[in-house]
Write a protein that binds this ligand. Structure first.
Ligand SMILES: Cc1cc2nc3c(=O)[nH]c(=O)nc-3n(C[C@H](O)[C@H](O)[C@H](O)COP(=O)(O)OP(=O)(O)OC[C@H]3O[C@@H](n4cnc5c(N)ncnc54)[C@H](O)[C@@H]3O)c2cc1C
Length: 337
């Protein structure tokens, strides 16, 4: 299919990989899988651009998710994301590819990079998309707006290059015939002289599991009554392999760091399972977790809005219910139940 009228036939769908602390983030694999489906729809190849320190040896992993070619720049100064360093390198590679579309994870770095690239290339950006459709009229991307109350479909003019950031956990990583033996192409760059430098990156909150990529999240709100009671949620999260999140009320009370906040002014998450404990379900909180596949709410107030929005509503005192639930999960995991 020819996307660009009057321009050369676009040759590739391009994924910008996110490489951190020695590995690709799982959202990169999701985006690559989505890119594979689009590339198949357009009848073109899928390439990836991977920047980082030590990324070269991991680059072939992207082949498992449908990538045909990986353009790799592996330099110590690329260890941490910095727009003024990453954007010129990526823009240079994109200039060689003639991309049909550019896809990135909608992580904090991905959204920043997407916006910077859109400005640099003067192309249109759709942030935090949950679905991409490829048909005879080109690409369309769906993005939740107004706190998740509506969906907007974004479309690009003929000849434009869609730049799309994809919300983690919303796109399917599996698909038939994904596997490719990705060819690695090394791209050398001169060390830039940026005006700023990232000295170190410190991970906060979420109990070691990245909130936006977690497939299970246990979140606590004002009903937790104090920072110390979050130990109960951490224990449950530990059994489930989950991340711990929080409502803004819990964050504002200094019970949890801001990095844990879910909602309109916090993180947007889409886990397979979201357990809301002592959270009323304000529209601002719902804006951050409403696209979760399954919502379980634990609340002792039958009038709490979250109970009406949840797939499973547990009308119980959380201080009685959570320890029982943790115990049951523990039994199931150890094969006793
Ligand atoms: C511009 C703006 C942006 C905002 N952004 C965000 C955001 O990003 N994220 C966010 O979360 N909020 C956000 N808010 C705040 C939001 O409006 C709510 O105030 C907040 O979400 C309430 O948090 P909560 O549900 O923990 O507290 P509450 O609304 O006080 O709810 C506590 C719940 O705990 C239950 N409970 C109490 N004790 C128990 C018990 N023992 N057992 C079981 N249940 C119990 C209660 O029944 C109640 O439903 C924003 C607000 C504004 C104006």
């Amino acid at each position: 299919m020819i996307l660009n009228e009057g321009k050369p036939v676009a040759k590739s769908v391009c994924v910008i990989a996110e490489f951190q602390r020695g590995g690709f983030r799982s959202s990169t694999f999701e985006v690559a899988s989505e890119g594979r489906k689009i590339a198949d729809g357009l009848g073109c190849e899928l390439c990836a651009i991977a920047l980082g320190a030590g990324v070269a040896e991991r680059a072939p992993e992207l082949g498992r998710f449908g990538v045909d070619r990986v353009f790799v720049t592996d330099e110590p100064f690329l260890e941490h994301y910095l727009a003024e360093v990453y954007v010129p390198v990526i823009a240079d590679v994109l200039g060689r590819i003639e991309p049909a579309a550019i896809l990135l994870p909608a992580s904090a770095d991905g959204k920043d990079l997407g916006a910077s690239l859109a400005g640099r290339l003067r192309e249109g950006l759709a942030q935090d998309c949950t679905e991409i459709v490829c048909d005879a009229s080109g690409l369309k991307a769906r993005r939740p707006v107004f706190g998740g109350g509506c969906d907007a479909w974004c479309k690009w003019a003929p000849g434009a290059i869609p730049i799309i950031t994809c919300r983690p956990n919303t796109m399917d990583c599996s698909g038939p015939d994904m596997h490719r033996s990705a060819e690695t192409i090394r791209i050398g760059v001169e060390k830039p002289r940026p005006r700023s430098e990232v000295l170190s990156v410190q991970l906060e909150g979420s109990g070691g599991v990245e909130l936006t990529e977690a497939s299970i999240i246990v979140s606590g709100g004002r009903g937790m009554q104090g920072a110390e009671n979050f130990a109960m949620l951490e224990e449950l999260a530990g059994e489930l392999g989950a991340a711990v999140g929080a409502s803004r009320a819990a964050v504002e009370a200094n019970w949890r760091p801001y990095a844990d906040q879910v909602g309109q002014t916090g993180k947007i998450v889409s886990p397979a399972l979201y357990i809301a404990v002592g959270i009323s379900g304000s529209i601002q909180h719902f804006a951050g977790m409403g696209s979760s596949k399954c919502i379980v709410a634990v609340n002792n107030n039958p009038e709490a809005p979250i109970l009406g929005k949840a797939d499973y509503a547990v009308l119980e005192d959380l201080f009685e219910f959570i320890p029982l639930l943790t115990e049951e999960v523990r039994k199931i995991r150890s094969g006793i139940a």
